[in-house]
Ligand binder design. Structure first.
Ligand code: ATP
Length: 412
């Protein structure tokens, strides 16, 4: 943004009454000269402002025209395959039909795009605009973490599940040769199932951390709700991205949203979900030599899953991640309070009993809430009474009832 130039100082004329006529004439001539200088300077500034105004008006007109074009016609999404910035030509590939077209672009657009960008093209394949990060569905639908910071030590009460995940996901990534020598195929996909907030996502992230793999998460529910019509393409993209980022862990959360049992209804929404699921199955089936990519899915609704996804070669290893028992709750409490200043009065065993019915996420929130009670009381050391207050608050919030109605299969 350009700033307004500073104005020249206004010339002053001081005439002494005792001056002779000659001196007075000279002073007036000098003052006149100064006024002419200021006038020249102001005229230059005015010309510059006029030129800038004209330039901005042209810009506004151009943006308005662009806006009109964008509003008046539907555009197709394409990917820039190659860009020749000297000839101002691009090869774009239209999504959906995969048609590749060589087309001309304006020098202004050439400067803004590069190979791999998603762009919007009109009927005649002229590139209208570049789709920025926030409109890029791939970026929105997938959460990618180079190496998440969750470790097995951050997960409480799930020793058996950690062991199984290490055997089935971590070992094949670290030492694929071992499986080849033994002549067995490691499980294709691992399905973690159990009530919400029990550590399923943490388990998947911890394997990625342990194996230095990229963690790529996609939520089934979002595919169905937010990216209508794009589900199967995004599933394909997910596997492509995983291959680019090898070693990688694909984590599909809430897989029930795309792999629920087929229902009688035949709405177009169902057809779309079906297509997304078929794409997932075909990616898994055609993924013979999976290399350094492992697939983990999670669900809170195991009962709803279409059995087709549980066939051998697909999600053929099921790991149940249950609600924590008293010992699990005690461990989770210790994990979530390890960076807190906890008073000796806090008895973890007693707290484990008092938190019956809570899951890992509830316990994490409880620890923070207890800390908040201490701070409200002007203390930095958290006492047993703070936990009691936090438990009471949790019970009054009614969280437990709300969750158990949604997931009736799991007893609280
Ligand atoms: P959802 O099914 O709702 O996606 P989830 O089973 O994947 O839930 P996570 O996302 O792994 O649950 O857990 C949510 C949060 O709860 C974690 O970030 C962590 O703070 C806490 N938590 C859950 N389970 C555990 C656990 N076993 N040990 C330690 N913390 C836990």
């Amino acid at each position: 943004m350009s700033r307004s130039p500073s104005l020249p100082d206004r010339p002053r004329l001081d005439l002494d009454p005792d001056m002779s006529d000659e001196e007075r004439l000279r002073a007036l001539e000098e003052h006149y000269g100064e006024i002419l200088d200021v006038h020249r300077e102001l005229t230059e500034q005015l010309d510059a402002a006029d030129a800038r105004r004209r330039q901005l008006k042209e810009e506004v007109d151009r943006i308005e025209r662009e806006n009109e074009t964008l509003k008046s016609s539907s555009l197709y999404v394409a990917t820039v395959e190659e860009l020749d910035d000297e000839a101002n030509e691009v090869v774009v590939k239209q999504h959906g039909n995969n048609q590749e077209v060589l087309t001309e672009v304006s020098p202004r657009m050439t400067a803004r795009i590069e190979a791999g960008d998603r762009v919007a093209v009109d009927d005649s394949f002229s590139v209208q605009t570049k789709l920025e990060g926030e409109t890029d569905a791939r970026a929105q639908a997938m959460e990618v973490e180079e190496s998440p910071d969750v470790t097995y030590g951050d997960i409480g009460g799930l020793e058996d599940q950690i062991r199984e995940v290490r055997e089935t996901v971590e070992q094949p990534l670290i030492d694929p040769g071992q499986f080849e020598e033994a002549g067995i195929d490691p499980p294709s996909g691992v399905l973690l199932h159990g009530p919400p907030g029990t550590g399923k996502t943490m388990l998947a992230k911890a394997v990625a951390n342990q194996t230095d793999a990229t963690f790529i998460k996609m939520a089934g529910s979002e595919l169905v709700r937010k990216f209508i019509g794009e589900g199967s393409r995004l599933v394909r993209d997910l596997f492509e991205l995983a291959a680019e980022e090898e070693p990688s862990i694909i984590f599909i959360d809430e897989i029930d949203a795309i792999a629920a049992k087929r229902t009688e209804s035949k709405t177009s929404g169902d057809a779309e979900v079906q297509r997304t699921m078929m794409q997932l199955l075909s990616e898994m089936d055609g993924f013979e030599d999976r290399g350094n990519i492992r697939i983990i899915a999670a669900t809170n609704r195991f009962d709803m899953l279409d059995r087709a996804i549980l066939r051998p070669g697909r999600f053929d290893r099921l790991i149940e991640v249950p609600e924590p028992g008293p010992e699990g709750r005690e461990e989770i409490l210790k994990i979530h309070t390890r960076d807190m200043n906890v008073d000796d009065s806090v008895d973890y065993g007693v707290l484990a009993d008092k938190t019956e019915g809570m899951n890992g996420a509830d316990i994490a929130a409880l620890a923070t809430e207890a800390g908040m009670f201490a701070i409200r009381d002007d203390r930095t050391t958290v006492r047993m009474e703070d936990f009691d207050d936090a438990i009471e608050k949790h019970e009054n919030d009614g969280t437990t009832e709300a969750v158990s109605t949604v997931y009736p299969d799991y007893a609280y």
